[in-house]
Write a protein of this length. Structure first.
Ligand code: GLU
Length: 468
């Protein structure tokens, strides 16, 4: 059998700008992007903004900025459905002319009564088809008169099946679905119709999207068949679940990606985390960078069952990417999170980052961790005491450290030697507390290096005074 020419790989991310870019969407965007990159195909973005009331420009902006932040930029200019109404109107008219679709004049009250009637008899509700046989002239006349009608597709009473590239063969009995509404008027197509038309007209080869769209797929296949167009293949991504496998809380699922950014998550960590929401690489490793993701991503490795959202994993990945980032890079990323005055002291800031890198959990937390370098916080003299050590010994040790720091060109080895002799805790704890004014910080030698001689002596002197 001749397999025919290989189809160009083209995928799309098709968000509705009715809210900010959230995790579920971002994951769909990422999987599409990875698939396109892995296959050497194209990644496109289509803004599904036909719902005039709920679509907002600010959400469109948020979505596109989120994609830029994650580094998932489309290969072609994004298209907007609101700018393609003429195209949908033409396709709708074609279906009407060919009697594959028809105008329906049933009022909401009539439809509701029909529904209740079906339910009370134990049937699953579906449109009974009252307007199905209206002669076209009559329909046209009524449209001209009232203008109030919707367009329904004449649903074939057959089974529609497709081979989902993640879930396998899926079949729907369209007889149970009935003649669904595909447009509220010629220029008001509904999601299923507009998406079906666009997917074929923009040559989409694969539709990769959340599992919540599975029941839309047979409708879209029927619409594409009715238009006489060849449709794409489908792959549905598993639901995102909360830990404990319950539905992920709405709050979490709908947290915008931008909020994660504001909280100080790195795009690299987010990308890695999102990739593992329903997919995993061969050796099951947790840390995998963008390049390797592209190299290894295939739909075969997308799991069928729900993907668990594990916040601890996200936090761990974030700390990991911070720890392993180059200091220069981290400095760039920290810019929006620290006071301007800190940025003016580039060298100092660089040293601080280097010292704190291991301990930074997120970019936002850095400011609190590093503030003591720029100004000693007020602290209680008790903080200087190591365990049960008598105050006098602590005082004596701090004085020795003060002398060493004052007189030695490189005090570090001498301080360490003193610590070996007098006890590490007894020397290093009070020194650390004196330099940081906090009960947790990097080690004293590291802080000393960052602060420099003058400032360190000042702080040790202050501690001596506090104890004296
Ligand atoms: N606008 C739809 C959504 O955001 C698109 C679904 C699809 O990819 O077809 O859920």
């Amino acid at each position: 059998m001749n397999p025919g020419p290989k189809r160009e790989i083209r995928v799309r991310f098709a968000p509705s700008p009715t809210g900010p870019l959230h995790l579920g969407n971002a994951r769909a965007a990422l999987f599409n992007w990875l698939f396109a990159r892995h296959e050497g195909g194209k990644f496109l973005v289509r803004i599904e903004d036909t719902d005039k009331e709920r679509s907002k420009k600010e959400f469109e902006k948020d979505i596109l900025e989120g994609l830029v932040w994650l580094g998932l930029e489309p290969d072609e200019e994004p298209i907007r459905q609101s700018e393609r109404l003429e195209i949908y109107a033409e396709s709708l008219q074609k279906l009407l002319n060919e009697k594959k679709a028809y105008w329906c004049f049933c009022t909401p009250e009539e439809l509701e009564a029909e529904r209740q009637n079906q339910l009370s008899q134990g049937f699953a509700p579906k449109y009974g088809g009252r307007c199905r046989h209206l002669p076209p002239d009559e329909a046209d006349a009524r449209i001209k008169k009232s203008g109030k009608a919707v367009i329904r597709i004449r649903m074939p009473e057959k089974k529609v099946s497709f081979n989902d590239l993640v879930k396998g063969k899926i079949e729907f009995d369209m007889a149970l679905v009935g003649d669904v509404i595909i447009a509220k008027s010629l220029r008001e197509p509904l999601y299923n119709f507009a998406a079906s038309v666009d997917d074929v007209l923009t040559n989409i080869s694969h539709v990769i999207r959340g599992e919540d769209h599975i029941s839309n797929t047979p409708k879209q296949i029927v619409i594409q068949e009715a238009l006489g167009l060849e449709g794409p293949q489908f792959a549905h991504l598993p639901l995102i679940l909360g830990t404990g496998r319950q539905k992920l809380s709405k709050r979490r699922l709908e947290t915008s990606l931008n909020d994660y950014k504001k909280e100080g998550y790195l795009a690299e960590a987010m990308l890695n985390f999102l990739a593992l929401l329903g997919w995993h690489p061969r050796e099951d490793r947790e840390v995998i960078n963008r390049q390797d993701l592209v190299k290894e991503f295939t739909l075969e490795r997308v799991q069928k069952g729900g993907a668990v959202f594990n916040e601890e994993k996200l936090n761990w990945l974030n700390a990991h990417y911070i720890k392993t980032a180059k200091t220069e890079e981290l400095m760039e990323k920290l810019k929006p999170f620290v006071p301007k005055t800190w940025l003016a002291k580039k060298k100092v800031l660089q040293n601080i980052i280097e010292t704190e890198k291991e301990r930074i959990k997120n970019l936002k937390g850095f400011k609190d961790m590093a503030a003591f370098f720029f100004g000693l916080p007020d602290y209680d003299a008790k903080l200087l005491i190591w365990k049960e050590t008598p105050k006098e010994r602590i005082l004596a040790n701090l004085k020795s450290v003060h002398d060493i720091t004052k007189n030695s060109a490189s005090p570090e080895p001498e301080i360490l030697a003193l610590a070996e002799k007098e006890g590490r805790g007894e020397v290093l704890w009070p020194l650390r507390a004196a330099l940081s004014g906090q009960d947790a910080s990097p080690g004293p030698i590291e802080i000393l290096k960052v602060l420099g001689k003058t400032e360190s002596l000042k702080r040790i002197g202050k501690a001596i005074k506090k104890l004296g």
